[in-house]
Write a new protein. Structure first.
Length: 342
């Protein structure tokens, strides 16, 4: 009697399927307008040039995921946008320090290789890279049976950018009487989804049958790279903040120098319908403000003289508007008034 042989395939890992996925990624990555000199996909590491225009280049790196927004994608069986979210969550952080995103790598861990699902995710990642002007140069796909339940997966991203030393947006550039401008978000972006999903579960909402929530909750995070880099190139901003987990208050206070206060008037914030819907589900103001972006996806801190010129760099939907001012004070952020959720 022959003994059963142990194999990787019988253990739940399909190397051939993973190889086919790598070939797919390699084909779409080479179509990108980024670094053409090096073919990175399939190698052990990724090689990229640092643009020669930088006299004193500094490398800036960022990594992030999309949290439990993945579960919304699973419910809706729609995976072509969360890759954009993944890129956005990293590259929007890079530009806060003035860096131009150069390269992006992804990590996907999944119960079982599902080529249709994975291809859809990668196409979204590639789209996010195109929007932000960086190149998908590699990544890792891990098939992990028993670690993840059937159909479950997770994704993470890693981006690298470069900034000239003289263009780094330091705290020290922020001055007394500078204005605080809000750039609108296009929705929830990729934060607060565990709270959103809890509401949906407790209220027994069928996402597939709710056209409003179905559209809003899968909407990909807005990428602010092109607009903000143009402002930096023209020396029009003193500082900026990506409004992610922790909301407006926690993210802005990270960039305020000692002795100054970001005085913010919440009544000026232009919220969106999705946040009004969330607020109606018995969430208090403080919880809303520390969990969600509440309609503000990104903030700029600028000289008053530059305000009108800055608005010309944005389409109407994303035109920055005034929400506060830099004043003297010991507290990094001072919130005035209440937000209008209607």
């Amino acid at each position: 009697m022959k003994k059963n042989k142990f194999t990787y395939l019988k253990s739940g890992v399909n190397i051939k399927a993973a190889d086919n996925f790598v070939k797919f990624i390699s084909n779409i990555s080479t179509k990108n307008k980024g670094n053409k000199k090096f073919k990175n996909i399939g190698g052990f590491g990724s090689i990229s040039d640092i643009p020669k225009v930088y006299k004193s280049p500094k490398i800036v790196a960022s990594t992030d995921g999309v949290g439990t927004k993945i579960e919304i994608a699973n419910i809706l069986n729609k995976y072509d946008t969360i890759g954009i979210d993944l890129v956005a969550m990293s590259v929007n952080d890079l530009i806060v320090q003035g860096a131009q995103p150069l390269i992006f790598l992804d990590y996907i861990s999944i119960n079982k290789i599902d080529l249709k699902k994975l291809k859809s995710i990668i196409k979204g990642i590639q789209k996010g890279c195109e929007i932000s002007g960086c190149q998908l140069v590699g990544g890792e796909t891990a098939e992990m049976p028993e670690t993840y339940e059937k159909g479950k997966f997770d994704i993470a991203g890693f981006s690298v950018g470069v900034v000239d030393e003289k263009k780094i947006l330091h705290k020290k550039k922020i001055k007394l009487n500078d204005l605080i401008l809000a750039i609108p978000s296009n929705g929830i972006h990729s934060n607060g989804y565990s709270l959103v999903r809890n509401i949906i579960s407790k209220k027994k909402i069928n996402l597939k049958k709710n056209s409003f929530l179905r559209k809003e909750l899968i909407k990909p995070t807005k990428i602010y790279v092109k607009e903000v880099l143009r402002l930096i190139k023209n020396n029009l901003i003193n500082g900026c903040a990506n409004i992610t987990g922790g909301g407006i208050q926690d993210n802005i206070k990270r960039i305020i120098p000692d002795g100054l206060t970001a005085k913010i008037d919440l009544n000026k914030i232009k919220t969106k319908k999705i946040f009004s819907w969330l607020k109606k589900n018995n969430i208090d103001d403080n919880e809303m403000l520390k969990t969600f972006n509440c309609g503000v996806g990104f903030c700029l801190i600028v000289k008053p003289i530059n305000f009108k010129r800055i608005k010309k760099f944005f389409k109407n939907e994303y035109k920055p508007y005034l929400i506060g001012k830099i004043c003297k004070g010991k507290k990094k952020v001072l919130i005035n008034e209440k937000i209008n959720w209607s």
